[in-house]
Design a protein around this ligand. Structure first.
Ligand code: ADP
Ligand code: MG
Length: 697
């Protein structure tokens, strides 16, 4: 239950004077509120600019183009002879006169607010019209008593069609009057050290900029508000993390027998970081705490084998292990890699996706239930109801960013509480790691397997397509396999597929049946066949949409063409490019761009040419595009922050994480005075779902 002290903040904006359902809807759009804008949504909608009305010249000195506040004597009203012409009012001071201009004016209204012979304060933009100074539709008209109110700095807010600054500004002033004084949830020493104000003062200050500098995310007021938001989210993650840890896990001790067999069967030895990851995971499994670990490794760093060895560890101890992949292609590919290795160790592995039906499916389900099947690889079909395990000890989720925090928690909550390892190839910058995966431990694969040649990346304009096809023909003559990637078109799979089909037709004319096509709209069986022909058979060029982005492993593929590379995110390009350069043959990646590339787009493609360091690329992507895009907004589970900016406030995020950890360690039930205030913070940022975790004790 939301504490009473927050009630006023959670009233609908339509409770404010002058805000009806229509304006309420517009405020919802402008503030990005979820549904039904609340007072708090207005509070979080910080100014994006300001209008300085403190320039108060005499008429003679007034500079055209500037916003000025002038005290004038109202002169003659000049009604227009017809409605298409403006209504003009002459105003003057000791130094001269000017005209106030109104289109479609209502004379009675103007006579009321600007009575002839009276003194009035007007504020608006000074214009020059032929030789005369004028002001059309002043923003403010008031009496001399109101000068202080008018001659001020007015915050400017992001608006939406149909919502004027005047209307939003009024609602905002109304909203800010309602904000309560809340007990402070920040550590007093920290507050003092940062010279931050109490919450309600910071909020009011953030809404009252007097200078461009006040709009910076780093002002004390804005930094404090951002910190509060980050702390609420980190505290939530810390509570999740601690409640996971409180749950007793099982102790899983493998004896190494099966792992040794598989290691011997491998044509390579593990890299140092693969070894440490395997060890860290085994240690987690052996302890009686639940394992929730993220294995992060760039594309091609060899995560699969780490997963397999860890799964075998669970099987050695008599349990079952599952590996869940985000797509069917990937699940099949993992199965193809793992099955022959597991077979050597006499471990039974099954494949379970949406496509296993009827008898085959029933027999797999029976095997999982009886324990005859020790290992299963599949898609999310694995975790649907109806799938029961005899004793699931260990679950691996590959390419986590496709699933998201929520699913992770659902899985972790499954009956038998398996240890969970999540694998991602997205090199997530540290700041985001804390954000999206703050509830997990992390292992990183930092080395690439030995002998990998760097990929030669080139950037070229699309209109040199003939050069590209020429180069491809030469590479193919030398036995190379080629990926040809067509871009995502406005998130529409249909359009995507159409573009890919068109390119396929074009290349088919050149290369005949050596060209294959795979996209998201194809039937799974057809996709498999093409992928298979590409990996092992007659297809040398695979035209594809981003379906191949994740994990597909065809070592003989050494050339990649990416059309409209400028439309992809850097991290996505990096993922795609990771499909080549997977063994010791030299690989080439051609990034084709359309004409008239913006400077940012050029800078981005340049980064791709300069580096294949996934972390550097991810940092750049974060800088250039923001967090949501990098993690794939909604799926990521990384919340959309209203006040915090993960780039600007990266340092605050790190502090918030430590702060949250300390809070949960010292006061796990949030019972102290600060703890009580922190509960309010959780509700303030609608982290209600974290609150029950406090009681889970
Ligand atoms: P990713 O981390 O992208 O999932 P994979 O697990 O698919 O990478 O491994 C990429 C390729 O590298 C595979 O062909 C795999 O067999 C190979 N590989 C993995 N580890 C090593 C290693 N230590 N030495 C050489 N090759 C390796
Ligand atoms: Mg992989």
């Amino acid at each position: 239950m939301r504490p009473e002290i927050l009630f006023s903040l959670y009233k609908p904006v339509t409770d404010l004077a002058g805000v009806g359902p229509r304006i309420g809807k517009l405020i919802e759009t402008a503030t990005g509120a979820e549904q039904g804008a609340k007072i708090v949504d207005l509070c979080w909608h910080l100014p994006s600019g300001l209008i300085d009305r403190r320039y108060a010249p005499s008429i003679a000195d007034a500079e055209p183009g500037r916003i000025a506040t002038i005290t004038v004597t109202v002169g003659k009203h000049r009604k227009p002879p017809n409605k298409r012409l403006p209504y003009k009012i002459t105003v003057s001071d000791d130094t001269g006169s000017m005209a106030l201009v109104f289109f479609h004016a209502r004379a009675d209204y103007l006579l009321k607010v600007l009575p002839e012979g009276e003194t009035r304060v007007i504020s608006g933009t000074i214009e020059r019209f032929s030789d005369e100074l004028q002001m059309s539709h002043p923003d403010h008209i008031g009496t001399r008593d109101e000068i202080d109110q008018i001659m001020s700095v007015e915050p400017v807010y992001r608006l939406t069609a149909g919502l004027s600054l005047k209307v939003l500004g009024k609602a905002m002033r109304g909203a800010l009057k309602l904000i309560p004084e809340l007990p402070d949830w920040l550590d007093p020493a920290f507050l003092k050290q940062r010279q931050w104000q109490p919450w309600h003062e910071a909020l009011k200050d953030a809404h009252a900029p007097t200078d461009e500098k006040d709009l910076s995310p780093l002002t004390p007021a804005r930094a404090r508000l951002a910190y509060d938001e980050l702390l609420a989210s980190q505290l939530t993650l810390a509570l999740v993390r601690h409640s996971m840890r409180r749950q007793k896990g099982r102790t899983v001790h493998g004896n190494g027998r099966l792992q040794a067999i598989v290691r011997n069967a491998l044509p390579f030895s593990l890299t140092g970081s693969q070894e440490s990851a395997v060890r860290e995971i085994a240690e987690n499994m052996a302890s009686n705490q639940r394992l929730l670990r993220l294995l992060q490794g760039d594309v091609g760093s060899g995560k699969t084998i780490v997963a397999l060895l860890s799964m075998l560890n669970a099987v050695e101890a008599g349990g079952q292990a599952a590996l869940m992949a985000p797509t069917e292609i990937l699940a099949r590919q993992h199965f193809a890699t793992i099955q022959p290795l597991a077979e050597q160790a006499h471990v039974t592995v099954a494949l379970l996706t949406g496509r296993e039906k009827g008898k085959a499916r029933e027999s797999i389900l029976a095997g999982l239930k009886s324990g005859n099947i020790s290992m299963v690889i599949g898609t999310h079909a694995l975790f649907q109801s109806g799938v029961e395990f005899k004793d699931l000890a260990f679950a691996v989720i590959d390419e986590q960013h496709r699933f998201g925090v929520h699913q992770r928690l659902t899985l972790a909550a499954k009956g038998q509480r398996p240890d969970v390892l999540v694998m991602t190839a997205t090199p997530i910058p540290r700041t985001l790691l804390l954000m999206a995966y703050g509830d997990m431990d992390v292992s990183r694969l930092t080395e690439k397997p030995a002998g990998r040649k760097p990929i030669d990346t080139r950037v070229m304009p699309l209109d040199r397509l003939d050069d590209v096809t020429g180069a491809i023909s030469r590479a193919m003559n030398k036995g190379a396999k080629v990926y040809w990637v067509c871009p995502l078109i406005e998130e529409s799979e249909t359009l995507d597929a159409a573009a890919a089909e068109e390119r396929y037709d074009h290349l088919h004319q050149l290369y005949g049946d050596k060209v294959g096509l795979v996209h998201g709209r194809m039937k799974a069986a057809d996709k498999d066949k093409v992928m298979n022909d590409f990996a092992n058979g007659s297809v040398d060029i695979l035209v594809a949409t981003t379906v191949i982005e994740v994990g597909v492993d065809v070592p003989a593929a050494t050339v990649m063409v990416i059309e409209h590379a400028e439309r992809f995110g850097l991290s996505q390009l990096h993922q795609l490019r990771g499909r080549i350069g997977r063994d010791d043959t030299a690989s080439t990646c051609l990034l084709l761009y359309a004409q008239n590339l913006s400077e940012t787009a050029k800078a981005r493609l340049k980064i791709m040419r300069e580096t294949d360091d996934g972390f550097r690329i991810a940092e750049e992507d974060l800088r250039l595009r923001g967090a949501g895009e990098l993690l794939g907004t909604r799926q990521s589970g990384a919340p959309d922050f209203r006040l915090a900016d993960l780039v600007e406030h990266a340092d605050l995020l790190a502090i918030a994480r430590d702060d949250a950890e300390l809070i949960v360690t010292r006061d796990p039930e949030l019972k102290s005075e600060r703890g009580e205030a922190l509960r309010i913070l959780l509700y303030l940022f609608e982290r209600d779902s974290a609150v029950p975790l406090l009681r889970a004790g």
